[in-house]
Each structure stands twice: as C-alpha cells, then as structure tokens.
Design a protein around this ligand. Structure first.
Ligand code: ATP
Length: 309
C-alpha cells in the first residue's frame, strides 16, 4: 500500500480584548471568579504543523525570542494532550508565527494552543468533535476555549464557560503594544493587594455593555468598556496612563488596558479614524509599536486544508 505523507496544516488564531472584565473573589482553587466579555480581533498568530521524527517547536515573527520552544510552550502541551487522547505519537514540527504581542494581555499563548488543537486534529485525522476540543482547550488554559470560538462571547467561571454574544457590525481598534510584558498572575496578585488596601472599585454587571453591542454603535459601547485588572496593571506600569491618555487625545472614543496588560486597546469610531489614531499614537512616543485591528473575527481556523484530502 502506498503511504501518503500528510501535507502541512496551517491555522490562524485571533487575539482577544476584554470589553468587560469583572474580577470576583479568589476561589479555593487559586483562580478568581470572572465575568468577562471577550472580542476576537484580527491581530493573529499563524501555526503550521507538519509530520516530523520528533516533537519540535519553532517560533518566528515579532517577539519570537521571548517565547519558549520547549515543553513549557502551550502548543507543546496541546500536542502531547491531543496525541495521548487520540492514541498517536506526538511527532510533529510546530512553527508559530507570532503577530500577537507576548505577555501582552491578548491571549497569544492561548491562541497558539487553540490553533495547535485544530491543526493537529486535522493532520492526524482524529475527528474529535467541537465539544471534545472545547474540553481539551479548557484543560490547557482559561482563555483557550475562547481562542477556539472567536467572535464575541460572555465568559464565566475562569473565563472558560462561554456563551456567544450578539453583535452588530465590525468594531475598529488601535492597539498600543508596550515595551516588555506583564505576567498575568502578578497582575492578579497586585489587584488582590490593592483591594486589601481598600481600592479600587469593582465593575458592575455586563448587561448594559451586552446591550450596547447589539446596537453596533461604537459611541454607545465606548463609555461602557471596563476592566478590573486595569488599576493593577497601571500600578505595576504607571507609564500606561500616558499611553491611555494619548490614544484618547489622538481621537479614540475610549481606551482600556487589554486583559492583564500591558497592551492598551482603543475603540475608534470607524476604520478611517483607527488609521488616523494609529498614526498619531505611533508618533507620540508612548508605546513600542501600534497596530490597527478589527473585530469580531472567527476563532482558530484552518487556512490550508490540503491535509484533509
Ligand atoms: P493572557 O492574555 O491569556 O493572560 P498573555 O497574552 O498576557 O496571556 P501570552 O502571550 O499568552 O500572555 O504569554 C504569557 C507567557 O506564556 C509568556 O511570557 C511565555 O513565557 C509563555 N508562553 C508559553 N507558550 C507561549 C506561546 N505559544 N506564545 C506566547 N507565550 C507563550
């Protein structure tokens, strides 16, 4: 019998911004109870998987040097998990092309893990269902299920229990990428510390924001964006205040720290305004680099499905 070597599979996975991120109390398992509304953005990573003699991970693109290529990379864990569940050997070369800032609060590692699950399910012809992949994703990390799903969604629990949120039209964003990253656990600990000292206030429910999304009007949405982690990120990196101010002065409707930061996300009135805000922000010297993005976009998707044939 002729054995056919499967062709590489290429998957693109989106970044995310939290439009609403309410952090509740610390649970017994060490996680905080979250209520969050995620939106998947067009700034993305690409993951390519190809058959190999052994499991290897290579990282190229922006920030590549900051990403581990050993078993601490989330894609390595995704490959070992899927191989064990599917009863195959995890012999694959995984190439990650980073577009999402590393440790930037935009779920870059989670996007790569979601992409690896989708790509390897196809390469190894495992036929795991979406609910199976969701369960594997939740074991890999709190944000991985959303990276699989994309769109706009309400997340509860650790953020892994998802319900889609209806949105009208595309929203236009400018992202200010910072020099260096912030560690998510450190930002949560800083919030616990600030709360123990009596500051800051907690976000209310996401109801008004969810309603604003159905209007499709960024002017209605802008004042409702909120992130309980922002105070902690600003406490750890006070320069971000200047970045947030500069984006609004450049014409954005609102600016927030994305997730645990330090990326700042600016909601703009339309695509043209986003280009103008990005140009002005790039010249203001308040961040490492600037990107324009839009959302919602789909979750991890195969770009080249030759492996299916
Ligand atoms: P989140 O928004 O989900 O809290 P983040 O976007 O702030 O995460 P990541 O880019 O996912 O942060 O990276 C956090 C850390 O995880 C990095 O500092 C890096 O050491 C490690 N890491 C493991 N796998 C990856 C990966 N595939 N891409 C980026 N970082 C990874």
């Amino acid at each position: 019998m002729l054995s056919v070597v499967p062709r590489p599979v290429v998957v693109r996975a989106p970044s995310k911004v939290n439009l609403h991120l309410a952090v509740g109390d610390l649970r017994d398992d060490g996680y905080h109870e979250l209520t969050t509304v995620f939106q998947a953005l067009s700034l993305a990573d690409t993951v390519t998987v190809a058959p190999a003699d052994t499991l290897t991970v290579r990282v190229i693109g922006d920030d590549a040097a900051a990403v581990p290529t050993d078993r601490t990379n989330l894609v390595w864990r995704a490959a070992e998990m899927l191989a064990a569940e599917g009863g195959v050997a995890p012999n694959v070369e995984i190439v990650i092309e980073k577009g999402i800032p590393v440790a930037g609060g935009m779920a870059g590692g989670s996007a790569d893990a979601a992409a690896a699950l989708v790509a390897l399910n196809s390469l190894w012809k495992l036929d795991f269902s979406r609910p199976d992949l969701d369960a594997f994703a939740a074991r890999l990390g709190s944000d991985v299920p959303f990276s699989l799903h994309g769109g706009t969604a309400l997340g509860t629990g650790r953020g892994e229990q998802l319900v889609p949120v209806l949105t009208r039209r595309t929203f236009h964003w400018v992202l200010a990428l910072a020099k260096g990253g912030l560690s998510t656990p450190v930002v949560f600990r800083e919030l616990d510390k600030l709360r123990a000292e009596g500051t800051p206030n907690r976000l209310g429910t996401a109801d008004e924001l969810i309603h604003a999304l159905t209007t499709g009007d960024p002017h209605v949405l802008a004042p409702l964006l909120g992130n309980d982690l922002q105070a902690a990120a600003l406490s750890l990196n006070p320069d971000l205040r200047r970045t947030l101010r500069a984006g609004v002065e450049a014409g954005a409707l609102a600016g927030i720290v994305s997730g645990s930061g330090p990326t700042c996300a600016f909601l703009c009135a339309d695509a043209q305004s986003a280009v103008e805000v990005s140009a002005e922000l790039a010249g203001a010297g308040v961040c490492r680099t600037v990107r324009v993005a839009s959302g919602p976009v789909p979750g991890a998707r195969i770009l080249d499905n030759a492996a299916k044939g």
